[in-house]
Design a protein around this ligand. Structure first.
Ligand code: SF4
Length: 236
């Protein structure tokens, strides 16, 4: 069952919360993908698997294609399929998606898609959102990870953590909840893309380990004293 979120709640400051998370989890490690195209491939090479398994599939794709669109289109389909089989369900559909990504990457300029980073953020995000499994938040995440963009992009774990901490309101749709959290964050955004990426990673780690979708493990959470949910049942 999802935890009750009190309506009257003092909100933690984002910077303090992030400092506490960094102390608890340590500095996040650099992500494996480094270019916009690598990020798109990273998101599509695996499905609903942990990071270790995704890394194995991604490394196999790199070994096979060097993450170059021309090579992705040139390799035998069964070799791409062998890669996507490492990454969980629906391997055939994901192998075909890798080919579609390569075709679109060539259409958008080819290479590693780093030319997109020279566009205004809104245009670059629109182009990235054309790739499968990316969407608007995913496009913002890629821009942030590549040192561009203006917002702290979130995935579902980080979004859940911030709602529980009192940033924005949970709504019926993911998109509405996402915008509500972004509005609440407007004055507290970490200033640099590097700091926003670290924030993204720390919030994701908390969401994956303690602030899980069902019952959060607030007793072990470094934010419990400043979290409206975590402190709801505490005296005083
Ligand atoms: S105290 Fe921590 S684990 Fe519990 S709801 Fe708050 S952020 Fe999540």
């Amino acid at each position: 069952m999802a935890p009750r979120i009190p309506s009257e709640r003092p909100r933690a400051g984002l910077a303090q919360a992030l400092a506490a998370l960094r102390k608890h989890f340590g500095a996040p490690r650099a992500p494996v993908p480094t270019t916009p195209l690598e990020w798109v491939l990273w998101e599509n090479v695996a499905y609903l698997v942990n990071d270790e398994r995704r890394e194995r599939a991604f490394a196999a794709l790199g070994k096979l294609t060097h993450f170059e669109p021309e090579r992705i289109l040139a390799v035998a389909p069964e070799r791409l399929l062998a890669v996507t089989r490492l990454g969980g369900m629906h391997p055939q559909a994901r192998a075909e998606r890798l080919q579609a990504i390569a075709r679109l990457a060539l259409e958008l300029g080819g290479g590693s898609l780093e030319s997109l980073l020279e566009l205004p953020s809104a245009k670059a995000a629109k182009a990235l959102a054309r790739f499968p499994s990316i969407g608007a938040p995913g496009a913002q995440k890629i821009l942030m990870a590549c040192g561009q963009g203006e917002e702290l992009a979130l995935e579902s774990n980080g979004l859940r953590v911030l709602v529980r901490l009192g940033f924005g309101e949970e709504s019926k749709t993911y998109a509405t909840t996402y915008r509500s959290v972004q509005t609440a964050l407007a004055r507290e955004q970490p200033r640099s893309a590097k700091a926003r990426l670290a924030a993204h990673q720390l919030l994701r780690t908390l969401g994956q380990t303690l602030c899980k979708r069902g019952e959060p493990e607030c007793d072990d959470c470094p934010l419990s004293a400043r979290c409206p949910v975590g402190s709801a049942d505490r005296p005083g």
